[in-house]
Ligand binder design. Structure first.
Ligand code: HEM
Length: 372
């Protein structure tokens, strides 16, 4: 049970004031009832929260960048250069925004795979899984659209390759590519579209999906490990969400903030495979650089498509790859409906599929950087 304020002291009076107007007693009681299972894999319950925290960082630093960023082929690169060279702490804001974007996508991947391997997608959490898949898709689109915005050489050619790959999709490919680019080629019109997506459409959609995701979690509570099935209540261990888990969550966020601050200050342009030096301005007529690489989270798909032969079974190699990825993606999205088992029964074939997907992503990503 939640401990409601007793009516004395400043905070109690404040609580009384708010409660009289908005009847929050029931909400506080409800929050106090929520409990989080404690077990060997409890640590993974924090990755959803870390993703959430990093998204908030993205919104705040994104708004700060917006104060000086100017979309357009004649102004985008110059405005980003102005931000990092002239605006006070502008370099830091850009660095935090870029680091936080990468860490958020990493946290979302860890979160998704742990949800998968702990069977947390099973009934009644099908819609939590589906909203999660939507959030992952939007997060990847955030990354793709943001990459072009500085309008530097690296981003320009990577976007040309990336949007070109969309052009290989059967039937809708050509039209899709033209809609994405705002014409046949990547130009200032493409920046306009990517900018609109990045700062208006994606944040709006993301916020709606995230709200649904969090409401579902709040209504259904955290999943319990399947090994707990059939145990009596006294053999299960829980902690209260409020305040115990929330305080731990806050501590994890503080640690994430420190990691973020250290990385952003020490490596403002990123490091190794995760980097975003401003470099030179995009020149559509210049020859492409020797190495064109996408961001690390697209590398597995990029590398797999690159390694396919020109033709597979009479189909063009790239098209074959896209078909296989689409089928894999549909199965992954529908996992809660494919796995109809319940209770403590394991779905070994699905778990094998999950390990295969994970191994494939890691192996292709590594190969992408080794063979570069
Ligand atoms: C930016 C994206 C995301 C955010 C901010 C987010 C946030 C959260 C939070 C805060 C929780 C509760 C704590 C936890 O279990 O970690 C959670 C749970 C959950 N999330 Fe996500 N999530 C995101 C993406 C995803 C993705 C990609 C999936 C899977 C496709 C997913 C599926 C789930 C499921 C099924 C639960 C319930 C877990 C349980 O009951 O044990 N989420 N999410």
């Amino acid at each position: 049970m939640a401990t409601k304020p007793t009516g004395s002291g400043f905070f109690d009076s404040l609580y009384g004031w708010v409660n009289e107007r908005f009847k929050i007693d029931a909400l506080v009681e409800y929050m106090g009832d929520k409990k989080v299972p404690v077990h060997g894999h409890s640590i993974f319950y924090y990755f959803g929260g870390i993703s959430l925290f990093l998204f908030v960082v993205q919104v705040v630093t994104g708004i700060l960048l917006l104060m000086y960023y100017r979309p357009g082929a004649d102004s985008a690169y110059e405005s980003v250069r102005f931000i990092v060279a002239n605006v006070q702490f502008g370099w830091l804001v850009r660095s935090v925004h870029s680091w936080s974007a990468n860490l958020m996508i990493l946290a979302v991947f860890v979160h998704m795979f742990t949800v998968f391997f702990t069977y947390a997608y099973r009934r009644p959490r099908e819609l939590t899984w589906l909203t999660g898949i939507g959030l992952l898709g939007l997060a990847l689109m955030f990354g793709f659209s943001g990459y072009l915005l500085p309008w530097n050489e690296l981003a320009f050619f990577a976007t040309r390759v990336g949007t070109g790959m969309a052009g290989a999709i059967p039937i809708i490919g050509d039209d899709l590519m033209i809609v994405m680019r705002g014409g046949e080629e990547v130009t200032g019109a493409t920046i306009g579209r990517f900018f609109g997506l990045h700062v208006a459409i994606l944040p709006g959609l993301f916020t709606v999906l995230l709200a649904a995701h969090l409401v579902f979690i709040q209504r259904q509570g955290m999943s319990e490990p399947i090994s707990w099935q059939g145990r009596t209540e006294k053999d299960k261990q829980y902690q209260r969400f409020f305040p115990s888990f929330l305080l731990r969550d806050l501590l994890v966020w503080l640690i994430a903030l420190n990691v973020l601050a250290i990385l952003a200050v020490l490596f403002p342009d990123g490091i190794g495979a995760v980097h975003w030096p401003l470099g030179t301005k995009a020149d559509p007529f210049a020859p492409p650089p020797e190495v064109i690489r996408p961001e690390w989270y697209f590398m597995f798909a990029f590398q797999a498509l690159k390694m396919l032969p020109a033709h597979v079974l009479f189909i063009e190699g790239e098209l074959f790859g896209i078909i296989v990825f689409t089928i894999g993606g549909v199965i992954w999205t529908l996992v809660p409906f494919v796995d109809r088992k319940a209770g403590n029964r394991k779905a070994s074939y699905l778990m094998a599929f999950g390990w295969l997907v994970l191994a494939f992503i890691i192996a292709m990503t590594a190969l992408g950087y080794i063979l570069e």
